[in-house]
Design a protein. Sequence first.
Length: 136
Amino acid sequence: MRLLHTMLRVGDLQRSIHFYTEILGMRLLHTSENPTYKYTLAFVSFDDESKSAIIELTYNCGVEHYQMGTAFGHIALGVDNVADTCSSIRRTGGKVVTREAGPVKGGSTIIAFVEDPDGYQIELIENKNANNALGN
């Protein structure tokens, strides 16, 4: 088995595609529209779907906002330099939230949190410490 994708419901599909492709640097792999059931899907990833997990952005026609709830935490991305990535994200219109780049409380792993346009949090973990964040 392998992880295929994570689905996020979004309030504005084009705004979300812009964030994940232009600000985070993912590629739009493909879209799928279902007019009968009034939804559109966009699949984004850093690599081909046979090699990497994907984020499925789901837009349900007419729904512009979702409640976050308390069960979902965040998506985590490994990056070469968390501070530089935060600067780049901020420069291109993204939002650094919760915490700036720095060591995790009680450890040395460098992390930061950014937020997508719908309020989903994305943890940035410096690659040299990414395995530690996975419990390795």
